[in-house]
Design a protein around this ligand. Structure first.
Ligand code: HEM
Length: 526
């Protein structure tokens, strides 16, 4: 009996451990499978790609566990930012110290490491042009979707059919004749800024110091609020304050992004980014829904976008949803405000450093418009001002670098890149390259653009792409140039400016090319 009992117990024991063992076995296999997939994605795959590239003669940095070049990049940038630079235009060593040194050491096409993933830097203008001009989507953008959602998705982050559809819907809003109708909004915002400057000057004895970096962020924020939302522009102001804060927070998060799921970690920065994002989306949704309920006007970007969406001829399931429109509006703020204020800031700094060009620009503006408000045709005919802006965009490109990824195996410059290889296309290094622009590449010489962009380089090769190239070229390029010219004309008509003794020349990359300690100038009323 006892023996039978024992037998039963042990059988019971056996029958219950068998499925449990099976379960453990399956679980172990699943864990091993997941580990293998993670190793393949984060380690073995990238290593194979790097090996294949090195076998074709590419050189570059050695992989450093776990962050690749990210920690070194952060360290070198911090070190560079701790020191101001002399008041010259050779800014690449300060703005992108590691990138510049890597290219100097390993050549114009070389390997760096973004976390555990190899990233090929391509600083050869012809190759960059080939990549950006590809119409078939063989070089796709890679967007960190969770990060993108916190700042802006929209046109800039889509691919394939969705990108083509959104670009078709948005294009009409940026046509020249639509921009012409936005000129009064540009002019109103710029005049308000001039009036603010006047009252500041009136309140002080003699010349007045002003941080134009702050001023231009307010200006471009106002312009985008007014041109995007027309009468609802006051509601738009809070959005750009929040977007600005988001950009700072994203920079902080950026160096940890190679850690899977980092954005879901319960850090203060992550929590605040999500809060801001919710507030921005709520504000935008409010404006869009109010507008969609009323009469659609085509006086502002939002109206134009909603109208073009309705008239697109797409079936309703393929038109833009409210969420899509929200993302595009977020993108207008981010893409349109920050970049244009950067361009205006460096333009004034550089014209303060080169008063002879400030005088030439003023002469041209006064002979074109006198003291009158600049008009559309006149703005488009300004030659000296355009040359100056091109030279500023060359030396101080607001977007310093672009990134792409091969969608399928591709050949560029005699190298075969497998699918999924990441590229960094450093605008700033190409714009400062002495082989391309000549020995005077680090000097401010707007006259190099006298015969147009295509003749500006020493070799006549295309190497100027502050707005990118190809099908994904900046949709807001004409908008930005018109806005900048309007602001510059009004400033030149009314003020003379020089750098303040408190100004420290310290360009640095903070998503776009910021002046680290502001941009203080001394204004004198004309
Ligand atoms: C000086 C000012 C500006 C500069 C330097 C600039 C630069 C750029 C660059 C380099 C790109 C390409 C990014 C890439 O392909 O990875 C781009 C794309 C874009 N920009 Fe601008 N931008 C400026 C102003 C504006 C303005 C004012 C707007 C809108 C109001 C705007 C909206 C966009 C959009 C929507 C895209 C994405 C286009 C697409 O992917 O099809 N930008 N911009």
């Amino acid at each position: 009996m006892e023996a039978m009992e024992l037998e039963r117990v042990s059988l019971v024991g056996k029958s219950s451990t068998a499925p449990l063992g099976l379960l453990y076995g399956v679980a172990a296999l699943l864990v091993l499978g997941a580990l293998y997939r993670a190793a393949e994605r984060c380690w073995l795959g990238p290593r194979r790609v790097a090996g294949a590239l090195r076998a074709q003669g590419l050189r570059g940095t050695a992989y450093r566990f776990p962050a690749g070049d990210l920690s070194e990049n952060a360290r070198r940038s911090k070190e560079a930012q701790a020191r101001p630079m002399p008041p010259c235009h050779d800014i690449a060593p300060r703005v992108a110290p590691l990138l510049r040194d890597v290219v100097k050491e390993h050549g114009n096409v070389c390997i760096t490491w973004f976390g555990p993933t190899p990233r090929v830097v391509i600083a050869e203008p012809e190759q960059v042009k080939d990549i950006l001009s590809n119409k078939f989507g063989h070089f796709e953008k890679f967007t960190h979707k969770s990060l993108g959602k916190l700042i802006a998705l929209g046109l800039a982050s889509y691919e394939g059919e969705k990108w083509a559809r959104h670009r078709r819907i948005l294009n009409p809003a940026f046509h020249l004749e639509k921009l012409k109708r936005m000129l009064p909004a540009f002019s109103t915002c710029c005049s308000e800024m001039i009036n603010r400057w006047d009252s500041k000057l009136a309140g002080s004895d003699g010349p007045h110091e002003l941080d134009i970096w702050q001023e231009f962020q307010n200006l471009t924020g106002d312009v985008i609020s007014r041109t995007a939302f027309g009468s609802s522009f006051m509601e738009g102001r809070r959005i750009f304050q929040l977007q600005e804060e988001q950009a700072d927070r994203i920079i902080r998060a950026m160096q940890y992004l190679y850690i899977p799921g980092y954005l879901y970690f319960p850090t203060e920065n992550n929590r605040k980014m999500k809060e801001n994002s919710r507030e921005i989306e709520g504000l935008l949704r409010g404006i869009i829904e109010k507008r969609s309920r009323g009469e659609l006007s085509d006086d502002d970007l939002l109206g134009l976008m909603l109208k073009s969406n309705m008239d697109s001829g797409e079936p309703s399931n393929l038109r833009m949803s409210t969420e899509d429109v929200t993302e595009e509006c977020k993108l207008f703020y981010f893409a349109g405000m920050e970049t244009t204020s950067v361009l205006l800031t460096w333009t004034l700094v550089v014209l303060a450093m080169h008063p002879e060009w400030q005088d030439r620009a003023r002469e041209e503006v006064l002979s074109a418009f006198g003291r009158d408000k600049p008009n559309f045709d006149g703005l488009n005919k300004l030659k000296t001002v355009t040359m100056i802006l091109h030279e500023v965009l060359r030396l101080y490109p607001p977007v310093i670098s672009l990134s792409r990824r091969t969608f399928k195996e591709m050949q560029i410059g005699g190298i075969t890149y497998p699918a999924g290889v990441a590229f960094e296309l450093p605008i700033i290094l190409i714009h400062h390259n002495t082989d391309v622009w000549g020995k005077d590449a680090q000097e401010f010489k707007p006259e190099r653009f006298a015969e147009g962009i295509s003749k500006a380089t020493k070799t006549n090769q295309p190497a100027f792409f502050p707005f990118s190239w190809g099908p994904r070229i900046c949709i807001g390029q004409n908008f930005a140039m018109l806005e900048t010219k309007m602001a510059l004309c009004l400033i030149l008509q009314n003020f003379e400016f020089q750098l303040s003794p408190s100004y420290i020349h310290a360009p640095y990359a903070n998503v776009t090319l910021h002046p680290q300690h502001g941009a203080q100038v001394i204004l004198k009323r004309l």
